[in-house]
Design a protein around this ligand. Structure first.
Ligand code: MRU
Length: 349
């Protein structure tokens, strides 16, 4: 199981697997400065909601290892502002920054070395908790698809080990099924325009020996109409308090088609993706990205010069299309306003 980042505690640098180069090359980027991590998040060298939250946490550490000048509080706020501006939809980034802020504020006057040590421990914890959450929600999700025969699962984008601390959310469920001895086959839409399905999901599942079939995004309807899919399982970048879930563009149409064809639609995410401060999907900010991602493929122009482009990176699936939201704290069922609130309270006790 591949992990998309490596923290070097001796040299205090963050290594990021450059996901733009996969699957043709495994290239690691060394980040010694916080702004390099910010650039890697913005340019999607590292991507996936949990993974960018973790990378941002280590970026804060780097900002204190090598940053200088200002007071710790204002240095933190500069870092936070820059990091929060990189990608607006995934709430995990905001949650990770909030945890780092709380940790910093809990420190009285301490030496720089002590401050770095504490922040580093918090970033390590965020990463470790994500891995643990994935294994736990993977096992819970696998329990939703009982049966003996091979399970056929449609996913979207990449919600696997590459998008997290490892193991994955949607693909964590698939991995848990495979580990329990269940045969499972994944259908991965290529996920235009960034091709996370074709490049990343296909690559990481093949590396783990889990059967995967690639299709284009436009084939999802025909696949679901075929009548032999057991579930659609996707990740999320932000889940609003009412269960509306933002995920990679194209998820919404899969959800509508799943309902039409009676296929369960499951969202898998760590609870850090649930944003109870955002009441509904209408309030989730949707990132719009550069036109080049659409008018070019691998650097080759495919559309006429000057054509206007619309490139939202995410869409929102209304809660009414979602069968279950699987988190490490439990499985939420409709009505999600109640079930998600219950999971939040259970944790605080
Ligand atoms: O633009 P990306 O590649 O960061 O989008 C990723 C997704 O939409 C994932 O499904 C989501 O972040 C969940 S990852 C566990």
């Amino acid at each position: 199981m591949v992990r998309p980042f490596r923290w070097d505690p001796e040299r205090k640098v963050l290594h990021l697997l450059d996901q733009r180069r996969l699957p043709s090359a495994e290239v690691w980027i060394e980040c010694a400065e916080a702004h390099q991590v910010g650039d890697a998040i913005r340019e999607m060298a590292i991507r996936g909601a949990p993974a960018i939250g973790i990378a941002a946490a280590y970026a804060v550490v780097l900002g204190f290892v090598r940053g200088g000048g200002k007071s710790p509080g204002s240095r933190f706020e500069d870092l936070a502002t820059a990091l929060l501006n990189t990608r607006p939809t995934a709430v995990n980034l905001r949650a990770a920054i909030a945890r780092m802020r709380a940790r910093l504020e809990s420190l009285a006057s301490v030496s720089t070395a002590e401050r770095v040590c504490t922040l580093e421990a918090e970033a390590d914890r965020i990463a470790a908790e994500d891995l643990e959450a994935n294994r736990c929600l993977g096992a819970l999700g696998a329990g939703l698809l009982p049966g003996e025969g091979p399970a056929r699962v449609l996913t979207h984008c990449n919600a696997g080990s590459l998008a997290t601390s490892g193991y994955g959310t949607a693909l964590g469920i698939v991995r848990a099924m495979a580990e329990s001895g269940r045969e499972v086959e994944v259908f991965a839409p290529e996920t235009r325009p960034f091709l996370q399905g074709a490049r990343l999901t296909a690559w990481e599942l093949m590396a783990d020996g889990i059967p995967v079939t690639l299709l284009t995004d436009g084939m999802v309807g025909s696949l679901l109409a075929g009548g032999d899919m057991d579930a659609v399982i996707v990740g999320a970048d932000r889940i609003a308090a009412n269960g509306d879930s933002a995920n990679k563009i194209g998820t919404y149409q899969a959800a509508v088609l799943a309902k039409e064809h009676g296929v369960p639609f499951v969202v898998a995410a760590p609870f850090s993706t649930v944003d109870l401060e955002t009441p509904t999907g209408a309030e989730i900010p949707i990132e719009e990205r550069r036109a080049e991602e659409i008018v070019e493929i691998a650097g080759t122009r495919i559309a006429p010069e000057g054509v206007p482009v619309w490139n939202p990176a995410f869409d929102v699936t209304p809660a009414r299309y979602i069968t279950a939201i699987v988190t490490e704290r439990g499985v939420a069922r409709p009505p999600f306003a109640d079930s998600l609130a219950r999971l939040a309270v259970v944790l605080r006790q």
